[in-house]
Design a protein around this ligand. Sequence first.
Ligand code: ACO
Length: 323
Amino acid sequence: MRRAIIRGTGHYLPERVVENSWFEDKLDTSDEWIRTRTGIERRHFAAEDERTSDLGIRAGRAALQDAGIPAERLDAVIVATSTPDLTFPSVATMVQAGLGMKGGFAYDLQAVCAGFVYALANADAMIRAGLADRVLVIGAETFSRIMDWTDRGTCVLFGDGAGAVLLEATEAEGSSADRGILATDLNSDGQYRDLLYVDGGVASTGTAGHLRMQGNLVFRHAVEKLAETAHRALDKAGLAPEQVDWLVPHQANLRIIEATARRMHLPMEKVVLTVADHGNTSAASIPLALSVANAEGRFSPGQVLVAEAIGGGLAWGSVVLRW
Ligand code: ACO
């Protein structure tokens, strides 16, 4: 059977780094509160003239370079984002042009913080079905553009950035010993739309709007649903939680990550953490974490990775892959 394996990773973070202390004279908050409640210490914010597509192009280019594969050989680009440059065209087509691709196809996918997991599942399905051989999957966000800077419950949590992985088709046996994506598990439940949403949009206000979140309720759903989806994906892959080498979670809150690891009986040494330096970069957080850890040489061929995320919708899911 065909499997999608990761050939390369890349990421880009905007130059401007903002420490927690930056918020202290603007809001009733403190570095101490943000650190202890979320694990976040700093985040990157895009420059005024820097757009989501700019971040995505840089991350995509880095992944192509890491893989040693030129852009002309790509069949498709998928960009997971909730903060596109424009209503249309898609960020993905802008990335396609920016990378110098003249062929193939490109589209955006929107599942908020679960966007990258959804995009990986999409790319995996296309590769296994023979629709594409090489797909560049990017998560790119500029959440700083949809923050309400007077809301201390949200604006301290998010950051900007982009990460990318290059998936390539390979022939495999069809067993859990194969390299590549072994299983995916996607879920959503629209009855929870009011827990986490943006209060604007094309067909409602005609504005981009600002992010609104009932953080403590989202927190409870996250702790319960993330371990559940990870276990389901592992079951589908025919693997047990003790066979997991690395958990690569969505980086929203250190306490959610710790609770999920506990429920999966994984020690924190097996968890990739970037939340302290990046904050929550929504769909970019998992590919950023993958790329940072890969650049540090932390993954070895044959190791089992689980990525999981939850976000607005609610939408959540996970991917199990062998590096
Ligand atoms: N500084 C100081 N105090 C604050 C701040 C702040 N920045 N933010 C909130 N507080 C206060 C609240 O007002 C509240 O005060 P009160 O008790 O006087 O009313 C108190 O802290 C406790 O608030 P909670 O919301 O209950 O705090 P909690 O421990 O739940 O932490 C947080 C809040 C960090 C938002 C947490 O709930 C969280 O991480 N939630 C999940 C976020 C997430 O994973 N989102 C999904 C992905 S995002 C996406 O899809 C776009």
